[in-house]
Design a protein around this ligand. Structure first.
Ligand code: ADP
Length: 175
């Protein structure tokens, strides 16, 4: 029985993430799809919102468990009995980052190994930041995110525009 964890910010989740989660769920007995509550970057959606989108995306895949976490990813993985960490690779600079993160995690926890899945070609260009930028510019995003994420993104951008007197200001949950 192998439990794997797929950690990240998922702010918000998009089809590139969902593709990796579902493919990983076919490989491992249980996949814990975990949203980090306070990443070192500004967030557009709260942990509860990010988790709700991920749950919706995973509701047809019974061996995916969506959970929030805080603190060290390896500690959370251990607390859940996970021995594998799944990450997705898009382009070459992802490799540099993931390599560094995997070596750091291995230093922290020799009992947990990292496995990287290559992105599906059609999602190779998709990232949460590009997605937010396209949405901000009123570009089409229905090929990149599920309808409930598209709706929430549009609502959030409109809200932020009204609240701030400008079109958008990303919310930092670290502040
Ligand atoms: P981070 O964990 O760095 O905050 P994300 O939450 O955006 O980044 O992504 C979580 C994981 O999903 C990372 O391993 C990232 O490389 C991977 N990922 C992001 N976008 C894609 C994509 N389009 N295709 C495959 N994997 C992706």
């Amino acid at each position: 029985m192998t439990i794997a964890i797929y950690p990240g910010s998922f702010d918000p989740v998009h089809y590139g993430h969902i593709d990796i989660a579902k493919r990983a769920a076919k490989i491992f007995d249980t996949l814990i799809w975990a949203a980090y509550d306070r990443p070192m970057k500004n967030l557009m959606f709260s942990t509860a919102e990010r988790i709700a989108f991920m749950r919706e995306a995973a509701n047809d895949t019974p061996n995916i468990r969506v959970m929030p976490y805080h603190g060290l990813t390896v500690e959370f993985a251990r607390s859940q009995g996970a021995t594998v960490m799944v990450r997705g690779l898009r382009i070459t600079y992802d490799f540099e980052m993931e390599y560094q993160t995997a070596l750091t995690n291995r230093q922290l926890a020799e009992d947990i190994d990292t496995i990287c899945l290559m992105t599906s070609l059609k999602y190779a260009f998709v990232s949460s930041s590009i997605l937010k930028e396209v949405a901000f510019l009123d570009g089409p995003i229905s090929e990149i995110v599920p309808p409930y994420v598209e709706l929430a993104l549009k609502k959030r951008l409109a809200q932020l525009g009204e609240d701030q007197g400008e079109k958008v200001k990303l919310v930092s949950l670290r502040e």
